[in-house]
Unconditional design. Structure first.
Length: 514
């Protein structure tokens, strides 16, 4: 009996081993392809009209198809629109839509739906970028699949507003437009994926599954996309090393700290398309009267040792700068770099001239992430050397930042944003109602220069935009620290396109390496 049992046991074991050997390849083939993404920002809203853009808009990329996409070289490629044109006077854009596109709810993407989406986007109260379309006079259905957008004044960069970065091109379905409460929590786009609310934890993790109605199934490379929020980039790096993250949207501080220390299967993808530094928000002296004095704002600029910060903390992922546009972007002028050399004595003298010889109390706010937190701490140390006592004010996310803005609690804000097409960047950074002009400050000369530059065709506008950014540097609304790289960590399991003029990497364009 014992021998008999042993014989059966050996036979069962042999069959089990054989079955496992046969099943393993089949199981491997059946494993779902999942793109795991780490991002330092939790979404402000899933509603494209209320969302941040750039890295803060990463959560919209899988689900919302724009009218057009911008390539790394700055040229456009089709998305929901297959053709587009702009009038000679830059006051009208016409988009011809593909006829096979549907939203994730099954409704067709036609001219009427595009019209409703853009009208909703530009009229939404609290929309950070609605100012971009403030001069729209009409949105007209020319044909069932052709839509026209007309302006009251020229904008040579009008087409760019309808690519993914500026969000007005992220077309929302009529059902989403009609139900803003649902739109804030779910997705109603025509992209290759859609949010899976049941597998999503707001503020923590967001799961996307394929959109069964997407017009080009060949572009759906993943069975699932899972995006997790990592405010602490060190935790994100550890998760990547553990195989839990394939793509990490990161920053130059983390890039420099981990350069040469990564596992062999992890690489850095980066390009210089951003800036980081201080936005002196309270230029009218609403919260801190001292900041109304341009001498005080200039003193803060002279107090910053940009070269030391860039070299020590950012390494090869940044260059010290005093201006908003980086090299290669329209309006950058190397002559501006001599404007604010590190000069603590000059900073102290300017503060004394402004009646602050005994020092200045300054609240320095920042949205909690590795880059801004690090920059805030460094600035506080440098400001102390010239008699500026900086109190750090941490904001937990963009929602908290907007609440602090509404309550007029922000004096200066450590922030990072992107270089880009100046016609559009001005609406974000310099215009009175821009999303980064919290108290609607206006400088008459700056407005005049911007208006003049904005009327020129882009190929002829370089000199005019240099005047704009030179004046912005002179009035010291900002204290930039460095022109920085957009930084991504990626494992060898994925391939991604160059960044270039697209400024950020669209998750839709990240594909399996094999």
């Amino acid at each position: 009996m014992t021998i008999h049992r042993f014989s059966i046991s050996r036979r069962a074991l042999a069959l089990a081993v054989t079955a496992t050997a046969l099943a393993s390849p089949l199981q491997a083939l059946a494993q779902p392809k999942v793109l795991t993404v780490g991002n330092p920002f939790a979404p402000l809203s899933m509603d494209p009209s209320l969302s941040g853009n750039g890295r803060a808009g990463t959560h919209l990329m899988p689900a919302y198809e724009p009218l057009i996409r911008v390539r790394a070289d700055g040229s456009f490629e089709p998305a929901l629109a297959t053709a587009w044109s702009m009038s000679a006077d830059s006051k009208e854009a016409v988009f011809t839509l593909r006829k096979d596109a549907k939203f994730s709810d099954g409704e067709p993407v036609n001219a009427e739906a595009v019209k409703k989406s853009i009208e909703y986007w530009r009229s939404k109260k609290g929309s950070p970028f609605a100012v971009n379309l403030a001069n729209v006079t009409s949105i007209d259905v020319v044909e069932p699949y052709k839509v026209s957008i007309k302006l009251s004044s020229p904008n040579p960069a009008l087409l760019n507003l309808f690519e993914a970065y500026w969000l007005s091109g992220d077309i929302i379905s009529p059902k989403g437009v009609a139900n803003p409460d649902a739109l804030a929590k779910d997705t109603f786009g025509a992209g290759p994926y859609k949010l899976d609310p049941a597998a999503t934890i707001s503020g923590k993790s967001y799961t996307y599954v394929p959109n069964p109605h997407y017009y080009d199934k060949s572009r759906i490379k993943w069975d699932k996309i899972v995006m997790s929020v990592f405010e602490d980039q060190n935790s994100a790096i550890q998760a990547m090393k553990a195989g839990q993250v394939k793509v990490l949207v990161s920053d130059p501080v983390t890039g420099h700290a981990n350069n040469g220390k990564l596992d062999k299967n992890i690489r850095v993808v980066s390009e210089p398309v951003q800036w980081t530094g201080l936005i002196i928000m309270d230029r009218n002296g609403i919260v801190n009267p001292a900041l109304k004095d341009v001498r005080v704002r200039k003193a803060l600029n002279y107090a910053i040792d940009r070269n030391l910060i860039a070299k020590a903390l950012l390494g090869n992922f940044a260059d010290a700068t005093v201006q908003l546009q980086g090299k290669g972007f329209m309006g950058y002028d190397a002559a501006n770099e001599a404007r604010y050399p590190y000069d603590p004595a000059k900073a102290k003298a300017l503060l004394a001239e402004a009646g602050l010889s005994k020092g200045l109390e300054l609240k320095v706010s920042y949205v909690n992430n590795t880059l801004s937190r690090t920059m805030s701490q460094v600035l506080a140390g440098q400001f102390k050397k010239v008699g500026v006592n900086a109190t750090l004010h941490e904001l937990q996310g963009f929602g908290a930042m907007l609440q602090a803005r509404a309550a007029k609690q922000i004096e200066v804000l450590v922030f990072n944003s992107n270089s880009g097409v100046p016609n559009l960047a001005r609406f974000q950074t310099l215009a009175p109602k821009g999303s980064l002009n919290f108290y609607e400050t206006e400088d008459a000369q700056l407005t005049k220069l911007m208006d003049e530059a904005a009327l020129l065709p882009l190929p002829k506008a370089e000199a005019a935009w240099k005047k704009v950014y030179a004046h912005a540097t002179d009035i010291a609304w900002f204290a930039p620290i460095a022109a920085t790289h957009a930084v991504y960590f990626m494992t060898d399991e994925v391939k991604a396109p160059k960044i270039g003029q697209s400024v950020v990497i669209d998750l839709v364009n990240i594909v399996p390496a094999k």
